[in-house]
Design a protein. Structure first.
Ligand code: GRG
Length: 295
């Protein structure tokens, strides 16, 4: 698991954290900004943001052009965690090793902080992406971002997840849930980085194959860790999927099959890069990290 010791990845993590801190300078109303900052600046891995930057650099783009998009992605990710933790959804009192936002600030404030983060993500992208990125590219990214986070992506996946709690779903529905509630943001992270770098259609297709594989793999690893992980290592409450009758890879396929599928997907992601001469040690490391984080 090189990601934890990899100085380069730590540097990227701290660059994203510094920019988020800078973009989210406290303002009025104070409580709103306090709760927004509490949620966004918590101790996250910043994997999605890092993937966006790395995808951009892989196709000869730069950190400068992709950092605002990486931050917008992490802002939306934090928003989705706030709402996911609410008692009416996944109901978790802990997140990133701290009380979840509704526990710290109350449900009304948590909902409103999440609401405010959605337009704020767009504001960050539009205000801070350098003028060297064309308006056409910005519009392409905004259209894809909107599809990713709404009914065609995160919200759609979450709705099907919530409405099927306690009901055993088939494999197609399970893949729909995982690919949308979690995979969609991974997919956007990698595709947006590549689009910012003006990649070719073929390169976009290949990075999409990589992103779909690791996005699904990440949710499978999350499902496995819900069974095998501890509150300290996860920073959230383990064992909740089973208690709430959630459909997960282990609940549908069993633990061993889930581990094999996780490994297969991470291998597919890495092979896609290797067989097509897409050179990125970081993208390889992240696929390895996702496969190995359950160990
Ligand atoms: C985005 C408009 C909009 C609505 C959100 C609530 C909701 C709709 C969707 C839920 C999406 C969700 C929370 C999926 C689970 C994703 C997941 C596995 C999160 C954990 O990711 P990590 O481990 O977290 O990368 P850190 O804390 O490291 O950032």
């Amino acid at each position: 698991m090189k990601i934890k010791s990899n100085t380069y990845l730590k540097e990227l993590q701290s660059k994203i954290n510094c920019k988020l801190d800078e973009y989210m300078s406290p303002s009025c109303p104070h409580l709103l900004w306090e709760s927004m900052r509490y949620s966004v600046l918590g101790d996250g891995k910043r994997l999605r943001g890092i993937l966006c930057i790395e995808s951009c650099k892989t196709f000869k783009g730069s950190e400068d052009i992709s950092l605002p998009t990486a931050c917008a992605i992490e802002i939306i990710h934090a928003q989705s965690l706030i709402h996911d933790d609410l008692p009416c959804m996944d109901n978790d009192d802990f997140r990133r090793g701290k009380p979840s936002t509704h526990k710290q600030f109350g449900a009304a404030q948590a909902i409103l902080a999440g609401d405010a983060l959605i337009p704020f993500a767009y504001e960050v992208f539009l205000k801070h992406t350098p003028p060297s990125v064309s308006d056409k590219t910005k519009l392409t990214i905004i259209e894809e971002f909107s599809k990713t986070i709404g009914a065609h992506g995160l919200v759609g996946g979450q709705v099907v997840d919530v409405e099927n709690a306690g009901i055993q779903v088939d494999s197609e529905t399970l893949n729909y849930i995982h690919s949308n509630k979690t995979g969609a943001l991974y997919n956007f992270a990698l595709r947006s980085g590549a689009i910012l770098a003006n990649c070719s259609d073929k390169e976009l297709e290949l990075i999409t194959t990589y992103s779909k594989a690791i996005g699904l793999a990440f949710q499978i690893s999350d499902d496995i860790l819900d069974i095998t992980g501890s509150k300290e290592s996860l920073g959230k409450t383990p064992g909740k999927d089973k208690a709430s009758g959630k459909n997960t890879y282990p609940s549908v396929y069993g633990l061993e099959n889930s581990i094999s599928e996780l490994n297969n997907l991470c291998k597919l992601a890495k092979d896609t890069l290797a067989h097509n001469n897409i050179k990125s040690e970081v993208l390889i490391d992240i696929a390895d990290f996702i496969a190995e984080r359950i160990k």
